[in-house]
Design a protein around this ligand. Sequence first.
Ligand SMILES: *Cc1c(COP(=O)(O)O)cnc(C)c1O
Length: 376
Amino acid sequence: MSALFGNYGQRRAQIVKGQGTIVEDSAGKQYLDFTSGIAVVSLGHAHPAIVQAVQAQSEKLWHTSNLFDIPGQEKVAQRLIAETHFAHAFFCNSGTEANEAAIKLARKHTGKHHIITFEKSFHGRTFGAMSATGQGKIHNGFGPLVEKFTILPFNDAAALEAAIDDSVAAIMLEMIQGEGGVNGVTSEFAAAIAQACNDKGILLIIDEVQTGIGRTGTRYAFEQTILKPHIITLAKGLGGGFPVGAMLGTAELYATFSPGTHGTTFGGNPLAMSVAEAVLSHVFEPAFLQQVQELAAYFVEQLKAHLPSSYTVRGQGLLLGIDCGATEVASYIAAAEDKGLLLVGAGPNVIRLLPPLTVTKEEIDKAIAILKTILL
Ligand SMILES: *Cc1c(COP(=O)(O)O)cnc(C)c1O
């Protein structure tokens, strides 16, 4: 019997080291890591810039708490908001905490309680973020949930229009539902959201925990749409493997988070900020983002060329999904692992492809060769 709770179910290979896209298990077997620790290891494993940042900062100072001024927070915040319409950042340690901050900020700012979210969304596991999540399997047994979340069908403009009234504080959604099946927002739906927010003064919260920090080929996924969110939330790729979360917001929201209204002990500590700074100094370079777009285009083209047409490929940047129709993907994922390719699902019927943003064409070719032997 394990000394651990069983909440993760049966776990897979025991990975003991990694370099770039390649990881190695305790038996010495190597794998191509096309999970990136679920979109986290954005610069690949053991990237020299991150190793250097951790080493240098860990010898100087790890933690002081938010009682004190932490210069790294200002630096990382400046990088995150540069050339955007955002004015301020708040740092925390995870995606779910970033979403809690967003929910609290939206309620306090508007003085309203009602938040609209969508089916198949995933926003995290704390009570607020769980209540926002549109998946019954995440809620089961944990009720009563936080009140006043209305979960609507995704990409259904008519359902949204019907649900909008003066009680709505915010609409919260992912640009691509990562956990829910790699489902993107249609341009028609984006237009309906923009209209609803404009007409009724509703805040727009975009959960970019998975899609943000270069994953979709731009700094943030919303930049590829007409949407101009008041708040976005970030985590996963931001720390490259170190736990860092963030919420960005517009200038009008500043006064709502007045001193003492919200906080965290660990959030934005000097070590976390030095790592985030190293990640952003690479990922936010236009040439780097350009390369992510080129790799993604190549990956999609190769998938479409080599997989049978019964599989649908979708997604954006290096957040891609292979829809396997009615087939459950768990056995495909296990077969790929046997052959040296690590994958993760997105719901029961979709294989999610999340290589590090530093993946090479050769590694993509190798992954395709393995996928071809599995997806006949
Ligand atoms: C992973 C994820 C979260 C939760 O992040 P944690 O760091 O696990 O708390 C929230 N929203 C989205 C879109 C995610 O992909």
